[in-house]
Design a protein around this ligand. Structure first.
Ligand code: URA
Length: 434
């Protein structure tokens, strides 16, 4: 087969055969197709889409680019959650230990920051020593021991997505329904799950800006899972403003610990419980959402959920003392406050501008080989609908490097709009797809 011929056909609106897709993804994973050709193919897919047969072959090729895990010997139901990506979206970090403390097994395979969105792995690696690259035997052993494992795609777990994800991030090919759905579902199907809950984000800070597109993405992912025998439910949730009060890496770990201690911001806590309800009910450990919520509240109040996070951090080589005392986490020394220029009601708190600003501060990567600074980030103490007085802090930037601060500042300044009229708080959940 000839990769240039495949690129040209896709570019011109033609379809690829399943064999061609399997060949191409296999060769790319084996380093036989260079990034520049794959970038071109990704752009053609971004523009032309994939028909259902192509998408199915693409998902299977990604899924079988590495090992597919089998946890049928683990008695507890295996349930995971995955987000399509947002700003301040640290939900996996409190959610996974909460539901694991309630009796489901969570073999969570997460991603890194993509574009302006943060990544669970990058956040977790703010915990000194915490290892996210686990080979399948270790992944399995930690799941069996703690009922929870938080890892990335190692060399052998969906290696195609690990490479494609980084390439898409650097080539403007992220917000595509077939590419997002195949990326997420290949990782999730490789986990050997009984059930999966998807958090499909919609709004300025999400890859899907419109509700209809988010719904189409959710429907695509739900059908990819169900035809392969995994029960999938998706919640369509707001990403017009950041989730919680922190954007970054180490600061999002601290906020996650607050949620586990029952002291987290209301939106992060509520969304964690909403997604957790689905996970516990789909996993069969709670008969309905109300019982599921009561179980999760007990797990938080008793400290069992926090202890579960400590357990998995220790199992993955991390230093748990930073969870006991989050002031030990990395934190950039410089702070600059953006204050409200006038009194009024907050009408806009733009997740995209704030996400890009955090990226420019160094919390994310502009190029795939870039490092990130885990101590930088933004604290956003306000939300849409809040009354603010002139001079109140709208954002606190934690930064290292004047240049980066200067690049981020205009975005932070334009992210907020203050009006005079009362504004309804933004809904957290818009709907559900099954
Ligand atoms: N999360 C993923 O894992 N993949 C995507 O493409 C987008 C979000």
């Amino acid at each position: 087969m000839n990769v240039v011929e495949l690129i040209e056909r896709k570019r011109d609106g033609g379809a690829l055969t399943p064999d061609e897709i399997v060949w191409m993804i296999g060769r790319y994973s084996a380093d036989d197709i260079p990034d520049y050709q794959m970038s071109s193919m990704l752009m053609a897919v971004f523009k032309e889409g994939l028909d259902p047969e192509e998408l199915s072959a693409w998902v299977d090729a990604m899924l079988h680019s590495g090992d597919v895990l089998d946890f049928s010997h683990v008695a507890a139901p295996k349930v995971d959650k995955h987000s399509t990506g947002g700003v301040g979206d640290k939900i996996s970090i409190p959610l996974a230990p909460i539901v694991a403390a309630c009796g489901v097994a969570v073999p969570m395979m997460s991603g890194r920051g993509l574009g302006h969105t943060g990544g669970t792995l990058d956040k977790l690696e703010s915990i000194p020593g915490f290892r996210t690259a686990l080979d399948p035997p270790e992944f399995r052993a930690i799941l069996e021991k703690t009922g929870l494992v938080l890892a990335g795609q190692s060399e052998t777990l969906v290696p195609a997505d690990r490479r494609l994800y980084a390439l898409r991030d650097a080539t403007g090919t992220v917000p595509s329904i077939p590419l997002i759905s195949s990326s997420i579902m290949s990782k999730k199907l490789a986990e050997g799950l009984d059930a999966l809950v998807l958090d499909v984000k919609v709004g300025r800070g999400a890859f899907m800006k419109e509700l209809d597109d988010a719904r189409a993405l959710a429907e695509t992912m739900v059908s990819i899972g169900t035809v392969r025998g995994t029960a999938v439910t998706a919640l369509l949730t707001d990403m017009s403003q950041p989730l919680g009060r922190t954007i970054g890496n180490a600061n999002e770990i601290a906020e996650s610990v607050d949620v586990l201690r029952g002291e987290g911001p209301a939106d992060v806590t509520e969304l964690t419980f909403r997604l957790g309800e689905q996970m516990l009910v789909m996993g069969g450990v709670a008969p309905g959402p109300a019982e599921a919520r009561a179980q999760m509240e007990r797990a938080v109040e008793s400290g069992a959920a926090f202890e579960k996070l400590v357990e998995v951090v220790v199992a993955q080589g991390g230093d748990p003392s930073v969870l006991e005392d989050t002031s030990q986490l990395a934190r950039a020394r410089n702070e600059t406050v953006v204050a409200a220029p006038r009194s009024g009601v907050l009408a806009r708190c733009d997740a995209l501008d704030l996400g890009v600003a955090a990226l420019r501060l160094g919390a994310g990567r502009e190029k795939k080989e870039d490092g990130i600074d885990r101590g930088v980030g933004i604290v956003v103490p306000v939300a849409v609908g809040d009354t603010v007085a002139q001079g109140d802090p709208l954002a606190i930037l934690r930064w290292a490097g004047e240049r980066r601060l200067a690049d981020a500042m205009p975005l932070v300044e334009r992210a907020f709009e203050i009006g005079d009229e009362a504004v309804e708080p933004t809904p957290l959940v818009y709907g559900e797809v099954r």
